[in-house]
Design a protein around this ligand. Structure first.
Ligand code: NAD
Length: 246
């Protein structure tokens, strides 16, 4: 990872934060991109305190223009873009289809799905200039199965898997690898809105007997970003404590 330039969106919290800290520790130049300025700057400080190199960039991933500005920032600050982790996301409105508001539907699709297209569009353009790159799109186990009350989230996460495959068909021959990661339920602030009884039920869906940890997902993302994963492209990698084995 030494000197690799990496953008990580949603890096102020949870999986993105753990990934940013890990890439920083491994010697990458990390752009911590998030809508939360205070928490994002704190992650930069932690990377720097550990001897790493990092910068914060405020982005709303639902905006195409801000995704472009983020890539421009990476290139103007560090000279190029090697790796992008498209991780920012929200849980969105929890309702069944009939009760799902149109605003709730559009919001989760904007933040969780359109963001990935906007991100890849500008990231790939920058990577083509250096002739190499790796993109990791954060989907979910809900990229391959449903979950009641989460139609927008599930639709976005399934679509991320499809877009990842398509992008890999289009750019793998130009040395840009594109993969999706599918975590099961990971103990992050995203799950804060879920009450303890439901959390217990969620745990029971994981044969391993617990929720995942952000660090465990970060290790898979690090591997996919690394040149060691040189034959890995166009795939979806669940990391799920056995959730999908049922
Ligand atoms: P989290 O809530 O801990 O962190 C998400 C980060 O994204 C936050 O820092 C937040 O400020 C940022 N963010 C939200 N909207 C944004 C926007 N519009 N623009 C820029 N930044 C924005 O969540 P997490 O659990 O770490 O989730 C990270 C990713 O992993 C998401 O895509 C999520 O869907 C996915 N995921 C999470 C789980 C889980 O159980 N936690 C499971 C599967 C997939």
């Amino acid at each position: 990872m030494k000197d690799k330039v990496v953008i990580i969106s949603g890096a102020a919290s949870g999986i993105g934060e753990a990934t940013a800290l890990l890439f920083g520790k491994e010697g990458a130049k990390v752009i911590v991109a998030d809508i939360d300025i205070e928490a994002g700057k704190e992650v930069v400080k932690r990377i720097e305190r550990a001897g790493g190199i990092a910068s914060f960039f405020k982005v709303d991933v639902a905006s195409a223009a801000e995704n472009k500005s983020l890539v421009d920032f990476a290139v103007s600050t560090y000279g190029r873009l090697d790796i992008a982790v498209n991780n920012a996301g929200i849980g969105g409105e929890a309702n069944k289809i009939v009760d799902m508001s149109l605003e709730g539907w559009h919001r989760v699709i904007d933040v969780n799905l359109h963001s990935i297209f906007y991100g890849m569009k500008y990231q790939i353009e920058a990577m083509l200039k250096t002739g190499q790159g790796s993109i990791i799109n954060i989907s979910s186990i809900l990229g391959s199965v449903g979950f009641e009350g989460s139609v927008g989230y599930v639709a976005a996460k399934h679509a991320i898997v499809g877009m990842t495959r398509n992008a890999a068909l289009e750019y793998s021959s130009q040395n840009i690898r594109i993969n999706a990661v599918g975590p099961a339920f990971i103990d992050t602030p995203l799950l804060d809105q879920i009450d303890d009884d439901i959390k217990k039920q969620l745990i029971s869906l994981h044969p391993i007997g617990r929720l995942g940890r952000s660090q465990e997902v970060a290790e898979l993302i690090l591997w996919l970003g690394n040149d060691k994963a040189s034959f890995a492209t166009g795939s979806y990698y669940p990391i799920d404590g056995g959730y999908l084995a049922r």
